[in-house]
Design a protein. Sequence first.
Length: 342
Amino acid sequence: MEVRWHRIRYWEYWPFGLVYFPVFFLWVYYSIRARTPFFFNASNPGFPNGGFIMDSKKHIYDLIPKQYYPETHFIKAGSSLNEVEALIASKSFPIILKPDVGLRGHAVRKIDNAAEWRAYHAKANFDYLCQDFIEYPNEIGVFYVRYPDQPHGTITGIVAKEFVDVVGNGTDSIWRLLQKEPRFAMHLDTLQLQWGLRLNDILEPGEVFRAVPLGNHCRGAKFVDASAQISPALIEVIDQICVQVPGFYFGRLDLMYRDWESLEKGEAFSIIELNGAASEPTHIYDPSHSIWFGWKELFRHIGIMFDIARKNKSNGHAYLSWQTGMEQYRLHREEVRKFSVF
């Protein structure tokens, strides 16, 4: 009952269609102005479909200067295990495996050994990436926008991510500790599949167990609005990176970093993901924010995306045709359905 009430009370857990229902009408308005619902691709001409649908992460990583992100390898769907074994043998664990065309963190896994990698590969019927694991303790998402007629961009929001951590008391099992927190309890079935009997262990007092080492909201992470920490120094660091990414104007960078002071100096951080037109301003999911705040921010960012796309179109970057847009949408839905095996 407590978990059910938690889902109702906090709109961050409401169904996607309900949260985005008002946004649909805004999208229709912009679609009428653009004469197509597929205007989004022009917001980031350097990304496949603007980074909205069927956007290859590998393609996007290849646009980023290599010093800013961890070593990343592409594994084609249908590759034999023998083809992957050489890569497995060359890697130090842990590593991250994730779909090349992703959706809200689905099928992203931290892999601790070769056996887990082989098991992932056996299930994956989609292209996926192997990425070195970043050991920095903190994760944020930084939303960046730049208008095509401007030499520099800015940050419109920051989300800090709190991981699925429980602290031992010397009495309760990990399972019980997770069960006490509604945010974690709603994911117990998935965590049971991942950890098995490990959840029966009793932690020492003060011992921390991280059940999900990734800042994924769909797997229990808490999103906290950290936009108050936007500073000229951080804007400069992020802008210096983003202006080097060809055809990128609108999206969210997910970063791991050591500490805030180093980050503002452009030190001790790594980009773990760069998202394009489909990016959400995820600081809206802070539990302290109302649904009205969420809608206001969604409207604001979609308006910015439309303005950027319109300016890029005037510079010669065409919108997707109806036929191409619908075909890409169909392919994207088919790709996302493959994640159900996880």
